[in-house]
Design a protein around this ligand. Structure first.
Ligand SMILES: Nc1ncnc2c1ncn2[C@@H]1O[C@H](COP(=O)(O)OP(=O)(O)OP(=O)(O)O)[C@@H](O)[C@H]1O
Length: 661
């Protein structure tokens, strides 16, 4: 019997020769390389551990998952090792690159249906395998579908994958917010009841649309808008005039995946039996159809990078400096979250002014209407939203998802305020972006609102908005204590386009004060950048945020109450985690300052006396003060209860005495 001898890839950097760069992600650069002893071309993903901002857990998870999995459609790591402060992950070289790259360089309008069917079938096989082994991929998108020179398809990037069999921290992480906004399932955004592998099915549906159109639905919108649109609109579909070229079975497949209620989505296994996959061809068809004639991956990568840099420069000329961040978001499609109400309003105003026609396809309205009932978010998530709509009927709306300014304002007013804060809690949204005007949105996309925002708009109550500012409850993991804070140079911020989006490449250590134009970049958490600008209400000198948004009309008490209720659930969920993180932080701060004082109170007092240095420290400092105050309140409350107890005991004793007499 023949034995397949597994190749042993060496674990020393000297045994590899790095060639050109072929890809960039949030935390890594990917190079084509040669494994010298085996004379084999490989890809090496180089992660700078110092720049990973303490997301070592994520990295460990990615490497672990990548080495344990064993399926022809899942990218497996040959080996990994550290060299200097870098982690090298050696993997098979996928010479075709990602589907996103291929579309960007040669198929900007998307692929033909047989190509899509072939790609999706392979991806689905990977998902069937992953789900059966308890993994949720959580980042299914064209950028993570890689092809080798023969057209073999592999699903890559386990940076945010989760295991459903996990317990403890990793299990908990499934109640947090990971993924990339446009591909993210509504239940993942909502964070109400956690989520499961059905979240991958949603992303799979979005990926299908991405492959069909060359970009994901809502990809030109700022992330906050993507969130609102995903939650409030009917799910996107293949309903446009331009989609007439696609078969009924493809449209059906997309519609089955993009159902807002995860329970109603099929499993990956069931989906694989969908008749759409009858259109799929053998993998080598991909080599003949889409890879044929493409330039080598490294060249394509370089060209795309240059193109995206150009685009950024062009856009820069069009907008003021202060718009830079939004501009970058616009160009790269997705990035940080933007919770700026004024910004959103002005975007909506721009859309209206532009008079975006709703003419792509007349029969889309009907199709969307038909799908509305099926596709609503499960009741509790958006109950607050629904509560604000007088007749409960869905409003048919412009393609961009917002009918007019009132709609947007109404949506925001009725959107649970605290979940936004909760999201902010997960990512520490850039509040430095407050004054930015977003760029004009020319790309009107999918969807329309599930909920009509009728009557006069209700604005966010002032306290809600200002509270949002105070709610700086992001991850308190001592990231910046463990790794020296690196500040990004302007040139390096030029990370436009999906090729480089979300990538911050720190090269120089500049004084912190220079780092406020985009908000001090503090850490990357999952897929998002985290900034610290102006999180503290203590009037930090390096804050660049604009004025706090104030309401234009008095709050409607009922709607505010309705909006707050579901939000409280979110906060409750998060509180436990945050508390643990704060405790960890206090312990860490105690250790760092060389004071191993046991009682938390004493440690906290020490922290309070040390003047905070960096923005992040100031923010943490503020949170510690808040914690300290709430501990004080609890102690007081405890004292009151004790007193009450003593009095009750006394009363009881005197009654017993009386009875005995
Ligand atoms: N094995 C490979 N062969 C060829 N190209 C690759 C390979 N692995 C990754 N790439 C390219 O490098 C890019 C970045 O890699 P990867 O997605 O793993 O990094 P990341 O930091 O996890 O990125 P992100 O989180 O943005 O998806 C990919 O989009 C792909 O184009």
């Amino acid at each position: 019997m023949e034995h397949v001898v597994e190749k042993r890839f060496p674990l020393r950097a000297e045994d590899y020769r790095l060639y050109e760069e072929v890809g960039e992600g949030v935390s890594a650069s990917v190079y084509r390389a040669l494994c010298i002893p085996l004379n084999e071309v490989v890809a090496i993903k180089v992660l700078d551990l110092e720049k990973c901002n303490n997301d070592l857990d994520g990295i460990r998870r990615e490497v672990q998952t990548m080495s344990l999995i064993d399926h022809p459609n899942v990218l497996r790591a040959h080996c990994s090792f550290t060299t200097g402060h870098n982690l090298w992950v050696v993997m098979p070289y996928m010479a075709g690159g990602s589907c996103l790259h291929i579309m960007k360089s040669s198929y900007p309008e998307g692929f033909e249906e047989p190509v899509i069917a072939t790609l999706l079938r392979e991806v689905l096989k990977a998902l069937v395998y992953l789900h059966a082994h308890g993994h949720i991929h959580r980042d299914v998108k064209a950028g993570n579908i890689l092809l080798d020179s023969n057209g073999a398809v592999k699903l890559a990037d386990f940076g945010v994958s989760a295991c459903m069999f996990d317990t403890g921290d990793r299990q908990r992480s499934r109640n947090t917010f990971v993924g990339t906004p446009c591909w993210m399932a509504p239940e993942v955004m909502q964070q109400l009841h956690g989520y499961d592998f059905k979240a991958d099915i949603w992303s799979f549906g979005i990926t299908a649309l991405e492959l069909a159109h060359g970009h994901a639905p809502f990809s030109k919108y700022p992330p906050m808008k993507v969130l609102l649109m995903t939650l409030q609109n009917a799910p996107p579909g293949l309903d446009y005039e331009r989609d007439k070229r696609f078969s009924k079975s493809f449209k059906e497949l997309v519609a089955t995946c993009l159902v807002k209620d995860p329970k109603k989505r099929p499993s990956s296994e069931k989906l694989l039996k969908h008749h759409f996959f009858k259109h799929a061809r053998p993998s080598d068809y991909l080599a003949q159809s889409i890879l044929d004639g493409l330039a080598p991956l490294g060249d394509r990568f370089r060209m795309l990078k240059a193109k995206e840099a150009d685009l950024l420069v062009q856009n820069k000329a069009l907008y003021e400096d202060k718009d830079q961040l939004s501009q970058k978001e616009y160009i790269r499609g997705i990035s940080a979250w933007n919770f700026n109400l004024e910004d959103l309003k002005s975007q909506a105003a721009l859309i209206q002014d532009d008079g975006i026609p709703n003419a792509e396809e007349p029969d889309r309205d009907k199709k969307q209407k038909d799908r509305l009932d099926e596709s609503r978010v499960p009741a509790e998530g958006l109950s607050a939203v629904a509560a604000n709509h007088s007749d409960g009927s869905p409003a048919l709306e412009k393609e961009d998802g917002f009918n007019n300014l009132q709609d947007l304002e109404g949506s925001l007013a009725s959107f649970p305020i605290k979940p936004l804060q909760a999201l902010k809690g997960c990512f520490d949204v850039c509040e430095d972006d407050v004054n930015n005007n977003s760029p004009r949105e020319s790309d009107h996309d999918y969807g329309r609102t599930d909920n009509e925002s009728s009557g006069p708009s209700t604005s966010l109550p002032q306290n809600a908005v200002t509270q949002q500012k105070k709610f700086s409850s992001g991850s308190l993991l001592p990231d910046n204590f463990l790794f020296p804070k690196k500040v990004v140079t302007d040139g390096d911020r030029n990370h436009s386009g999906p090729l480089q989006y979300r990538q911050k490449r720190d090269t120089n250590n500049l004084p912190l004060v220079d780092d406020t134009s985009e908000g001090a970049f503090v850490q990357r958490r999952g897929r998002f950048k985290v900034t610290s600008a102006d999180l503290s209400p203590m009037g930090l000198s390096n804050s660049t945020s604009g004025p706090v948004v104030s309401p234009t009309s008095p709050p409607n008490q009922n709607s505010v109450a309705a909006a707050i209720l579901p939000s409280l659930q979110c906060i409750l969920q998060q509180n436990g985690l945050q508390r643990e993180e704060i405790i960890k932080l206090i312990k860490y701060a105690e250790q760092s300052s060389g004071k191993n004082t046991e009682p938390v109170e004493a440690g906290t007092a020490d922290i309070l006396q040390v003047p905070p240095v960096t923005t992040r420290e100031k923010e943490l400092h503020f949170q510690v003060i808040q914690l300290h105050q709430s501990i004080g309140n609890l102690v007081e409350e405890l004292q009151r209860q004790k007193m009450k107890n003593i009095q009750l005991e006394k009363q009881l004793n005197s009654m017993v005495n009386k009875v005995e007499k």
